[in-house]
Design a protein around this ligand. Structure first.
Ligand code: GH3
Ligand code: MG
Ligand code: MG
Length: 390
């Protein structure tokens, strides 16, 4: 026979499992894990204390246990706010717990009303869960993956609704209403809502943390860690997508491959850190001058590529020339280090692969270097070699 005590002990075991799951995610760098761990640790102690009613002193199974469970809801909310990058309102959370404790104490030692104690505690849990749900809902637009967030929002609001219903039912009972089910069954029904809430919210938290870890890992794989530009892998994937689109719709696709001239000298003269700042500055300046559909990727070292969808050879050359002239002029609020780039331009030939186009652009870039640097060369294949002197 399922009793409130056995349910509480099962849920305590669930919290122990959740502690292990959360601990396994702690190394992933997700924010909020510490608070969720504390929430479940509080439940591991608080739930058996409630179940031990009559065995341990009332002070422990009523005041201490209920305050711990209110702390659980408060710490879950703190974890969600931390995870979302929102301010954690520690004072308000502390006030919710302290007011809850005050109400429990008064309703224990004053009027000693069990239904009114349930009303106070349930309302407190309802406020904290509803608050968590609306905080997550407000940040939903920033979710890396919607499902875990929607699951958690629904869980928070379901808990808040269950707790409000519980408060309402016990308030009616305190006013003399006789419920259609007997006291222990009613207690068990609402206990199920209460005890299921923490595992459900923790499951949502674990899914959100996991989605965040995966999103960060994907971002790291697709972006260069220094400049934030698309990585070689991401650039090739994008170029491949654009190549497919270009051959399907018959639209032109061009590519600029550029390399910083004498970059080794910049490192040698100003130091490696200054060289790093120059690379970041270059990506920022190039990206600023591109259209939305264009992309600048870092292929390695001080070599970058710009993909120009819907751009024929005649359009790519002036863009390359503009890029070369812009980068030649030191920006007013930049590193203060002067540099130039050499650029190879290639436009996709019918049936050509991205690797082949890139190889033609590379040959043009090599020619630009050999011809004295700080210039643009157009790859052979579409038209005769073109050259723009600085
Ligand atoms: P060239 O005009 O022929 O391109 O000459 P270069 O000096 O630019 O070319 P080289 O290939 O001789 O040297 C490239 C240098 O770029 C050497 C390498 O240490 C430096 N480099 C590569 N990656 C980074 C980086 O992430 N940060 C910094 N600061 N330097 C880098
Ligand atoms: Mg170079
Ligand atoms: Mg190079």
């Amino acid at each position: 026979m399922l009793t409130a005590a056995s349910l509480l002990l099962v849920m305590m075991a669930m919290s122990v499992v959740m502690l292990l799951v959360l601990s396994s995610l702690a190394r992933g760098g997700a924010q909020g894990i510490r608070e969720w761990l504390v929430a479940n640790a509080l439940a591991v102690v608080g739930l058996p204390l409630i179940a031990a009613r009559g065995i341990v002193p009332d002070f422990l199974s009523i005041e201490v246990a209920n305050t711990m469970l209110l702390g659980t809801s408060a710490m879950m909310l703190a974890g969600f706010r931390h995870h979302l990058g929102r301010r954690v309102p520690w004072r308000a959370l502390g006030a919710c717990v302290v007011l809850g404790l005050a109400a429990i104490t008064i309703l224990h030692h004053g009027s000693d009303s069990f239904p009114l104690r349930v009303v106070a505690v349930s309302l407190d849990h309802a406020i904290l869960s509803g608050w968590a749900g609306s905080s997550i809902k407000r940040s939903l637009h920033a979710a890396p993956h919607r499902y875990p967030w929607l699951f958690t929002i629904v869980a928070c609001f379901a808990v808040a609704t269950g707790m409000t219903l519980r408060a309402f039912t016990y308030a009616l009972q305190a006013a003399g209403w006789v419920p259609p089910v007997d006291g222990p069954t009613l207690n068990l029904m609402f206990f199920s809502v209460g005890t299921l809430s923490l595992p459900a919210l923790t499951l949502g938290a674990v899914m959100m943390a996991n989605a965040g870890i995966i999103a960060r890992a994907n971002w790291a794989a697709d972006h260069d860690h220094l400049t934030g530009a698309p990585s070689r892998r991401a650039f090739f994937a994008l170029a491949e997508r654009e190549r497919t689109r270009s051959s399907r719709h018959g639209t032109p696709l061009s590519l600029l491959l550029f390399d910083v001239d004498h970059f080794k000298r910049i490192n040698d003269t100003h130091g490696h850190a200054a060289g790093d700042r120059v690379l970041v500055e270059i990506v920022d300046r190039v990206t600023l001058g591109l259209r939305g559909a264009d992309a600048c990727g870092r292929l390695g070292g001080e070599e970058f590529a710009v993909l120009l969808p819907d751009t024929p050879a005649g359009g790519a050359l002036p863009i390359a020339e503009r890029l070369r002239i812009t980068l030649r002029q030191a920006p007013r609020d930049g590193t203060g280090i002067g540099y130039t780039v050499s650029i190879g331009v290639a436009t996709l030939l019918p049936g050509e692969t991205i690797a082949a186009m890139l190889s033609r652009a590379d040959a043009a870039l090599y020619e630009a270097k050999a011809a004295g640097r700080n210039q643009v060369m157009v790859a052979q294949g579409l038209r005769a070699k073109e050259r723009r002197q600085a």
